[in-house]
Design a protein around this ligand. Structure first.
Ligand SMILES: O=C(O)CCC(=O)C(=O)O
Ligand SMILES: [Fe+2]
Length: 576
């Protein structure tokens, strides 16, 4: 009838004609009806006879639902009813076009059919437990709704599932390499195996040393990751390949970027002539060292015993190392390196897929002269050995002074206990096409006792300071005067001194010029107990930090990635 109508958009009421004896209909048909349409016409007029008008607007009713309301379930019921009735047109309807059966209909089948997670890392374990955690949380949410009238949002349910999984994995030792925020923010990467933290433990002469490595990548970045990390081209190789923009992987979230514009606050650090310790100026030099260690946690030293010429050679050695072709450097990649004490790599511990740093490094742990002679690259062996020996003496002298000031006598054996492990890193920060987007090195404090750092004149290191009564702020440290070395306090010295000496957070911005730095990190072996020294605690009245093994502290530190000074919370004593 609709086909034959002249007013297809008319409403029922507009087709109705009021007569004295009741209502009639002007259906406004545009043609005479065919024979075969008469039956339909009669059906329509029969329907119209039952029409009762009200003042309401015209509306649609779903005749298969209660109250005329459409519901998917009533539609489905009706659909299946027609589908099952022989001879109905919809029998041929391909339900699979609309519904595909992906989920087994029984819970037991679902659990059996659940695809296996890959690997024994966190992602694989999460995946394996996921259906159980989901069922458990949904069951609880359903009970909350039924018995307590408490309705949960989908987001809340999904977070509860993650929290349940985290809790259930509490007994698995590998969990300590991750944090709960990893689970919330990198869920996709974790369950797909793109974010994996691994620990390989290697027995060294003095005990167990733990390396933590993290890989974080997504599909688009696999080629880049292979080229930079696995094939050992490093960020330098990327730059040498002629890239003109910073690849996505290296683009930092806005809150982590360090632009040159906000690095305008440049404050010179105390410059201390430490040769004065051996002369009449001793007391002033001592005071300057103590002051700097208490406030900035960073200071420059001059007249330390390493001539300018030597420092230039060391910087050249660093440039020469990184200027070698990738094949030469990649023999020192983790897993390939001839010695567990040498490791060439790039970036550090990315805490999410966005935190790759614009930096390559070469790590050398001093074990013995023999070992160095055997394994270290010719082009830097001599200078690095000399740097380690002289800088260790400088650091030992500084430690003696700082400790004396808090009532602790440092003898050779104590210095060896706390600074017995000596690691030199040669850091290479390649030129960056857009330094505002990438970072050279994320915010961190050094975990050891003292760090001696040789920098070149490019600049870019900033430290976080808090002046009395003011907010914390980042200040950029101008490049050192020629011949100066930077010394900074590490977390362990902050702990030993019961918080008197501060390990300052620092970070490095990337630059349009390549830059090198050569830190020497001095720290205890993993079995050494660290905690506030008794002399200091006695003076202060109470300890600020708990005692722990240095190895445990270091694991905590690495498990957190570059996260400012959060590792100290692990040992901080919080008042009840
Ligand atoms: O490159 C720098 O100036 C600082 C390096 C640094 O902080 C580190 O390697 O821990
Ligand atoms: Fe550092």
């Amino acid at each position: 009838m609709y086909i034959a109508s002249n007013s297809r958009n008319a409403t029922v009421s507009s087709m109705c004609v009021q007569h004295e004896e009741g209502i009639g209909w002007n259906l406004n048909l545009r043609r005479n009806l065919f024979e075969r349409e008469h039956g339909q016409f009669n059906e329509l007029t029969n329907l119209l006879q039952g029409v009762v008008f009200s003042d309401d607007f015209d509306s649609c009713r779903w005749k298969w639902g209660t109250n005329g309301q459409f519901t998917v379930s009533s539609f489905y019921d009706r659909f299946m009813e027609i589908d099952r009735s022989p001879g109905e047109a919809v029998t041929q309807f391909k339900t699979t076009l609309v519904w595909t059966k992906q989920m087994p209909s029984k819970l037991e089948e679902l659990l059996i059919a659940w695809p296996k997670g890959k690997g024994g890392h966190l992602g694989g374990r999460l995946w394996g437990l996921l259906p159980y955690a989901t069922i458990w949380v949904l069951w609880r949410s359903r009970n909350d709704l039924i018995f307590r009238n408490k309705l949960s949002s989908v987001e809340r349910i999904s977070n509860e599932i993650k929290a349940t999984l985290w809790y259930w994995l509490g007994g698995w030792p590998g969990r300590r390499l991750y944090s709960f925020p990893d689970l919330v923010t990198c869920w996709f990467e974790l369950v797909n195996g793109y974010l994996v933290r691994t620990v390989s433990t290697q027995e060294l002469g003095y005990g167990v040393f733990t390396f933590v490595s993290v890989m974080a990548l997504n599909f688009d970045t696999i080629n880049l990751f292979d080229f930079v990390v696995k094939q050992g081209n490093g960020v330098k190789g990327l730059v040498d390949s002629g890239i003109s923009k910073v690849p996505d992987l290296y683009i930092q979230p806005v809150d982590k970027r360090i632009s040159e514009a906000n690095s305008e606050h440049v404050v010179p650090l105390p410059l201390i002539d430490i040769s004065g310790l051996d002369g009449p100026e001793h007391d002033q030099v001592e005071e300057a060292l103590v002051n700097a260690a208490e406030t900035f946690g960073f200071f420059h030293v001059v007249n330390h015993g390493l001539p300018i010429q030597f420092l230039e050679e060391l910087k050249d050695a660093a440039h020469n190392f990184f200027n070698q072709p990738a094949e030469k450097k990649s023999v020192y990649l983790k897993g390939l390196s001839p010695s567990p004490f040498l490791d060439y790599g790039t970036s550090f511990v990315p805490d999410s897929k966005k935190s790759f740093e614009w930096k390559d490094y070469f790590f050398m742990l001093y074990n013995s002269d023999d070992d160095a002679l055997k394994y270290w690259p010719d082009l830097c062996r001599e200078v690095v050995l000399k740097y380690i020996k002289t800088s260790t003496k400088i650091a030992t002298r500084i430690l003696e002074i700082l400790m004396k000031n808090i009532g602790v006598e440092v003898d050779d054996s104590m210095a060896e206990t706390y600074m017995g492990i000596k690691v030199v890193n040669m850091n290479y920060y390649p030129t960056c096409p857009d330094p505002d987007l990438a970072i050279g090195l994320g915010r961190h404090s050094d975990f050891g006792v003292l760090t001696v750092l040789l920098q070149d004149d490019i600049g870019g290191l900033s430290i976080k300071v808090q002046e009395d009564g003011k907010e914390e702020e980042w200040i950029e440290i101008p490049p050192p005067i020629p011949g100066a070395l930077l010394v900074n306090i590490g977390d362990t010295l902050q702990i030993l001194s019961n918080g008197k000496y501060k390990s300052a957070e620092h970070r490095v911005r990337s630059s349009t010029q390549s830059r090198v730095s050569v830190p020497l990190f001095l720290f205890p072996g993993p079995k050494v107990k660290i905690g506030p020294l008794p002399q200091v605690v006695e003076k202060d009245g109470q300890a600020q930090y708990k005692e722990c093994l240095f190895g445990d502290y270091k694991s905590q530190y690495f498990a957190r990635g570059y996260s400012g000074k959060q590792a100290l919370d692990f040992v901080k004593i919080t008042s009840p």
